[in-house]
Every structure is written in structure tokens, then in C-alpha cells.
Design a protein around this ligand. Structure first.
Ligand code: MN
Ligand code: MN
Length: 295
């Protein structure tokens, strides 16, 4: 990887860390998720970066992919995962933290288990492990604390303007003996007191463009152009569509989804409806060195 690209990733990572620290500081039980989302977004723009996806604010058994819409009254409570993506000219940093907004000791232990699993996985990178070995480390760490990893959620490779760029880094010891080549990756263990699988639930109010082509209605076309120019194929929120394009936004998004121009992301729900914790960092592997950009 060339030096200029590494520097952009490092800059995105540094901002991601700053935004994560900010989120940890401002979020309190009972705060409206909408307000949290806006504050985090404002913070990202104030640091001269852009969101790589709408901040995910997922409570308890919702493992990921929830973003409040414009009139959402949902309040912060329970085990809250805050998943933040930052990009600078398409160079992405992806990081997450989990806050326990209860007094439940199990929640604290669940958070510790994901953080330790992430730490152990990152430490193992120096020995050039296979994907199987990374997954095993995550699984064993989480299971040793008495919890289950979520096996159908995983870390991933990252490329310019592409958050999930093809390769997955498992959260359990699968049978992939492939090793990581030079590139950018996120590792993101999820742990739960439940059975450790997720299913797709209600819409999470997040979309992305999958096939940029013409659409008939001028209003819809205008909205599509706006999102393509701003995010290319990176995810965007129903909320931003509602803020910029008013009450017709939801209908226009439906039209684009039906024409298979955009896709909608569903909330990812733990199948036994048990609480989920998540931790995540992004790193660069280049010339046998590992740089964790979000730490
Ligand atoms: Mn993430
Ligand atoms: Mn990720």
C-alpha cells in the first residue's frame, strides 16, 4: 500500500477513535437515539470527515443495523452498541463500542468478553494466523467467559468506498485456512447470552445504492443523484432522505428499492432475543506490519 493511502486511513482511524470517545462521553440512559445520531454526525463533520454509514445504534437483542428515523422516539437503554464508520475520500475506518445503560453485572461481563476477544484476535495478528485461527481465538475467548459468539456476523476486508469488500473474518473457528494478504480489515466480535445467531428483522432505516440507473419520477431522481454524489455506494439513512427531501422521501426510497436501484438493510436480531455486545477495530496489514488505526 502506498504511503499516502496509509496516511488517509490513519487519519480516518484517528477521527473514528475521537468520535467513539465522544459517543462514550455524551450518551446517557434515556437520551433519544435521534439526538445521539445527530450529535455523532455533527461531530464527524466538525472533524472534516464524513460518515461511511449512518451510525448504528442497536439496543439489546438488536445486534446491528438500526438507525433512528426523523420522528423516532426510541430512547437509549439496555446494552447499546454504537457502530461508527468514518471516511475520508473513500478511505474507511470502522469501529464500535458497547455501553451498558443498566446496572446488570452480566452486561458488563458480556462487554468485557467482546473486548478481550477483539484484543486477543488483534494480538494474534503478529503471528500471521489463518482465518480459522483468528475465529477460534474469538470463539474460545468468548466461550471461556460463559457466552456465545454470534457465528453469522463477522469481520471483513475494507476497500476504497467499500465497507464489506468480500473477505469475511469469522467470529468462530470455521474451516478457512486462508491467511490475510496486505490490505485493510475490521475485526468485530459479537457476544451474547443467547444461542449466538442472528436473523433479519424489521427495516433498520438504512439503504445503499446497488445499481445506479435511471428512474422516472423527477423527485426520486433528484434524491438518487444526491445520495450517489455524496456517498457513492456507501450506506445512507432514511433520516437524511427525510431531512433533505421531506415527506415524499419514504415513498421515493420504496420506488428505488422496487426498481432494485437501492437495497434496504434489515435490523439484525439475536435469534433467542438475548442481549448482544460488540467491539470493533480496523487495521492495516502492510509489509508484515500491523497498524490498528482505530485504537
Ligand atoms: Mn462497524
Ligand atoms: Mn464492520
Amino acid at each position: 500500500m502506498i504511503k499516502e493511502d496509509i496516511e488517509k486511513y490513519e487519519k480516518a482511524g484517528k477521527i473514528a477513535k475521537e468520535v467513539r470517545d465522544y459517543a462514550r462521553e455524551i450518551v446517557k440512559p434515556g437520551m433519544i437515539l435521534l439526538e445521539i445520531a445527530k450529535k455523532i454526525e455533527d461531530k464527524i463533520y466538525s472533524l472534516n470527515a464524513s460518515p461511511a454509514f449512518p451510525v448504528n445504534l442497536s439496543i439489546d437483542e438488536i445486534a446491528a443495523h438500526y438507525h433512528p428515523n426523523i420522528d423516532d422516539k426510541t430512547m437509549a437503554k439496555g446494552l447499546l452498541k454504537i457502530d461508527i464508520g468514518i471516511h475520508i475520500d473513500g478511505f474507511i475506518a470502522d469501529t464500535a463500542l458497547t455501553l451498558d445503560l443498566t446496572q446488570d453485572r452480566i452486561h458488563k461481563k458480556l462487554i468485557e468478553a467482546t473486548e478481550l476477544a477483539l484484543d486477543n484476535a488483534l494480538k494474534s495478528l503478529a503471528k500471521n494466523p489463518s482465518l480459522h485461527e483468528i475465529g477460534s481465538i474469538i470463539q474460545e475467548t468468548i466461550e471461556s467467559k460463559g457466552f456465545s459468539p454470534i457465528i453469522n456476523l463477522s469481520g471483513h476486508s475494507i476497500e476504497k468506498y467499500e465497507i464489506h469488500a468480500g473477505l469475511t473474518i469469522p467470529n468462530y473457528g470455521n474451516n478457512n485456512n486462508q491467511k490475510l494478504t496486505d490490505g485493510v480489515y475490521a475485526i468485530e466480535p459479537f457476544a451474547t447470552t443467547g444461542e449466538g445467531k442472528i436473523y433479519e428483522g424489521n427495516p433498520g432505516n438504512i439503504y445503499s445504492i446497488i445499481n445506479m440507473k435511471n428512474t422516472r419520477s423527477p423527485h426520486t431522481r433528484k434524491m438518487l443523484d444526491y445520495f450517489y454524489k455524496k456517498y457513492q455506494t456507501l450506506p445512507f439513512s432514511l433520516r437524511e432522505a427525510q431531512e433533505k427531501f421531506g415527506v415524499l422521501a419514504r415513498l421515493s426510497l420504496k420506488e428505488l428499492e422496487t426498481s432494485k436501484i437501492i437495497q434496504s438493510y434489515a435490523q439484525l436480531i439475536e435469534s433467542s432475543k438475548k442481549p448482544v455486545a460488540q467491539a470493533e477495530h480496523t487495521f492495516i496489514k502492510s509489509d508484515n506490519s500491523i497498524i490498528i488505526i482505530t485504537k
